[in-house]
Design a protein around this ligand. Structure first.
Ligand code: DLL
Length: 435
């Protein structure tokens, strides 16, 4: 039996949810049309007014927004309220140029904490838990977002932020942390550090992991669950929409529920913009149905997933998306083949000789793409013998080729040589981009 924070919403019948979404869509479209010039201009160019939006299905008439719009109207051009109503801001850096800055009103922050509370409750957490928030605090939404969610359910919240791993472990032990919130890659690093720390595992009370902010595979979940002896749950979110808590896994651990009363999801064909039916993979698009500060209409996330509206075994009717393993912008096209770092992660987690710590380097030499992967070998398998390492190299290369379709050049490296991440892991460098 699942725990719900807001059963009325989380288990709402579809017709009632659609009515709620329709009412909120009409309101938010009206708001942006009258209070935000770029939206008004764009709707006028498309020949529509708020009166054309009569049902949630009419959302398809509205133009998309993108990360570029947030940059073009930086910093405040997409606000729909005066700055005096904004109570906090967050930003995400992205790869180039100006950061993306988002402003939230008091109600936006409350909605976000509501969405976050739904997540933590679904993971079985409540006021008796001690939640250690090891996402970075600051402009990144991870720390403060998870913090507000933890406070909202009344849990004892420890704002450790990311980094300072020894202290994290000390506090985890001494304060009796029962749930850990951080990126999956940092969780793996904490697990490794815990193994080396000499702290007896049975003195650590952590039972739940609240992991997100980067793609992580099912294989990585098993690895972390095994090494920390916990249940590891996915949490999804993005700065533009709010932050951690847009989506969450339930105890079924087979998809990420979306709080679709607040954030309306669509899946589109990224090339044509056409809306795709349930089950088909495409780009995830969100409309913030209740936001005041910086509402976003049909925001293109670049995340690739599919959606289902079937009632889940946990009782929730909230739409469920498949785990996000890829973004349109972290796909590497190598010798014409699409390769995602998450595919490499999944393979490495299944090989006993290596750690899932790796780094992909792609380059172009003599008009041919090169595909090198540094892979960290476990202490007990790392050898000075060339023949041993050669055998291992071939084994890893073969395993990866059978999944991604092309053969990488594997460079086995000594234990603890690949940089550990305390936030979002950086898994690849495409040198072709700089040529
Ligand atoms: O990463 C918000 C967040 C913080 C989510 C903490 C979960 C936990 P941004 O920095 O704006 O916000 O990055 C958003 O990160 O579009 C996805 O590509 C990726 N991402 C976030 N959560 C997941 C996840 C935060 N659970 C971008 N699985 C998103 C896969 C994720 N990718």
């Amino acid at each position: 039996m699942s725990n719900y924070w807001n059963k009325r919403i989380e288990c709402m019948e579809r017709t009632e949810m659609r009515a709620l979404q329709t009412e909120r869509l009409k309101r938010v479209v009206d708001r942006v049309y009258h209070n935000c010039q770029p939206y008004r201009e764009r709707m006028q160019a498309a020949g529509i007014t708020p009166a054309d939006i009569q049902s949630i299905d009419d959302i398809r008439k509205l133009p998309f927004t993108s990360k570029k719009d947030l940059r073009d109207y930086y910093p405040w051009g997409l606000l729909s309220v005066p700055l005096s109503q904004i109570v906090k801001i967050h930003a995400s850096s992205g790869t180039t140029g100006k950061p993306i800055v988002v402003g939230y009103t008091r109600n936006d922050v409350a909605d976000w904490a509501e969405a976050g509370a739904r997540c933590l409750t679904a993971y079985g957490l409540d006021k008796d838990d001690v939640i250690q928030v090891s996402y970075g605090y600051g402009l990144f939404t991870g720390g403060l977002g998870a913090h507000d969610a933890a406070m909202n359910i009344g849990a004892t919240t420890i704002p450790t932020s990311a980094g300072n791993t020894e202290k994290q472990l000390l506090l985890m032990h001494d304060l009796g942390t029962t749930a850990l919130a951080c990126t999956p890659s940092y969780a793996l690093y904490l697990a490794e550090s815990l193994e080396k720390s000499g702290i007896p595992r049975n003195e650590i009370k952590v039972k739940v992991g609240i992991f997100g902010a980067e793609p992580w595979t099912e294989e990585m979940r098993k690895e972390i669950e095994y090494r920390l002896g916990i249940k590891a749950y996915d949490i999804y979110g993005l700065t533009e929409i709010s932050g951690p808590g847009v989506g969450f896994e339930c105890e079924c651990q087979n998809g990420t529920h979306l709080s679709e009363d607040l954030f309306y999801p669509e899946i589109i064909n990224p090339e044509t913009g056409e809306v795709l039916p349930d089950g088909q993979e495409g780009e995830l698009v969100f409309t913030t149905l209740n936001k005041e500060g910086m509402p976003l209409i049909r925001f293109r996330t670049r995340d690739i997933t599919s959606i289902s509206h079937e009632r889940c075994a946990c009782g929730r009717t909230l739409a469920k998306m498949s785990r996000i393993l890829a973004r349109t912008d972290d796909m590497l096209i190598i010798r014409g083949v699409n390769v995602f770092p998450s595919q490499v992660e999944a393979v490495l987690c299944t090989l006993k000789e290596v750690e899932p710590h790796f780094f992909i380097t792609v380059d172009r030499v003599n008009n041919t793409d090169t595909f090198d992967i540094d892979v960290e070998v476990k202490e007990e398998y790392y050898s000075d013998m060339m023949s041993e390492m050669e055998k291992l190299r071939k084994k890893i290369a073969h395993a990866i080729q059978s999944v991604v379709g092309i053969q990488p050049n594997i460079r086995p490296v000594a234990p603890n040589t690949i940089e550990r991440s305390q936030g979002k892991a950086k898994r690849a460098l495409d040198k072709r981009k700089f040529k």
